[in-house]
Design a binder for this molecule. Sequence first.
Ligand code: SF4
Length: 502
Amino acid sequence: MIEAPPAPERAFHIVTLGCSKNRVDSDGMDHLLRRRGMAPTARPEDAHVLIVNTCGFLGAARAESVGAIEELLGGRRDGQVVIAAGCMPALGNYADDIPSGVDRVLTTREWYRIGDVVGDLLGEATPPEVAGCEGMLTTFDRRQAGPSAYVKVADGCDHNCSFCTIPSIKGRQASKRPLHVLQEVVDLVAGGTKEVVLVAQDTIRYGADLGMKHGLPQLLESIAEGVPDLAWLRLLYIYPSPLTLRMVDTMAAHDALLPYLDMPIQHADREVLRTMNRPSDVEMTRRLVDHARAKLPDVAMRTTFIVGYPGETDAQFRTLLRFVEEMEFDHVGVFPYSPEPGTKAVTLDLPPVPAAVAEERRAAIMEAQQAISWRKNRALVGSTLQVLIEAQGEAEDEAGQTEPISVGRARRHAPEVDGLVFVPGALPVGALVEMEVSEAGPYDLWAQPAGSSTERRARRPSLASARAARRRRDGAARSPRVTRPERRGQGRPVPMATPAGT
Ligand code: SF4
């Protein structure tokens, strides 16, 4: 029997639920607790401090958060403290749903107080220790970052999309200062990170609250020029806006800025967009897409849509379907509308769309998009792509024979939401390799070193084994409960059903 390693003297265990922004906050708490001399543990039973960084975006996410807290409370032993952090405590309507027995609650904008709260709960009277000069949006050591890391450049949102709870959870946008973002990227790259993914609720408006007119392009330029060793810099969550034009021009000027545009459009019918309180000028959206395609020949474009929004007619849905067929995006996520208490959408005097109809509409768009994605992927066969290796695993054939494979992503694939690239052999995690695409599925690609014989192709692993391989890249300190952060999937079975913002 393998003995469990001895429990650290003062150990903590963090369960992270929800999106990439929550994951960054968990990394911040991890940093602050390590600074207090504590050590992370992947085994909750070994921890003195148990933290659940909750998600409050949807009912299903809140239920998952409550379940995670209850599970820890159920197994709690003497001396353990349980802290509920994150978005759920920030939602006035749901703060009472946090199970009783929790020792302390921290809202999503208070995570930087974790060190003081833990010190208080453990009876350690140490002076208050705030992470830096800006409190919640400071720089911190990302010790557990792997080949790819998220960097949160802002939090909160100044929009008021009718279906979205985020402004009520997070408040108005607050941007991290450019020098702090730069420092975080420098530290990550020094630690071996190859890809940095900038995230916010509305990344395109980065810096507006700091008085910056073109904050995002300036930030991108300063990273591209100030951190020349960073191989890939990716952006997520670009709200459709004319600001995108200048950002695309900046992307075109720097090879490290990946030609990847993640622009959630949500719908293509002017009236539905108007009731969503979203930009309703579909022609402007088309111009943004055309500009990106003209400036960035290899651009990969991702978007998300909501179907079944209150009042959406068959004709309005068909407008959306035609738009999807016409625009030929590379990656699309479609989500049935989810009514969330406290949002404007639930007060609209519009007929609800039955759930079964919304699901049919979702399936129709996914079917149309799958054909587009597959066609685009097949066109890549024979081409050479740069692949970032993120995990090693095994593929099994029908006879039960296994062979090592490596799992990575190309520049056209964002982490966790887009496809994967499978290559034969066990390549080092973090390696950036040139591979020739040998086979294509609707989402994933299979590739091999250029000029290899066909025998060396990676076998197609099952999705289950691919996910298992991907999980193996997580550091031991990360909880096994960590969920796929962005549930903005593109037809894969995903447990939740609304895009995580923007
Ligand atoms: S959907 Fe995005 S842009 Fe709209 S309110 Fe929510 S976070 Fe802000």
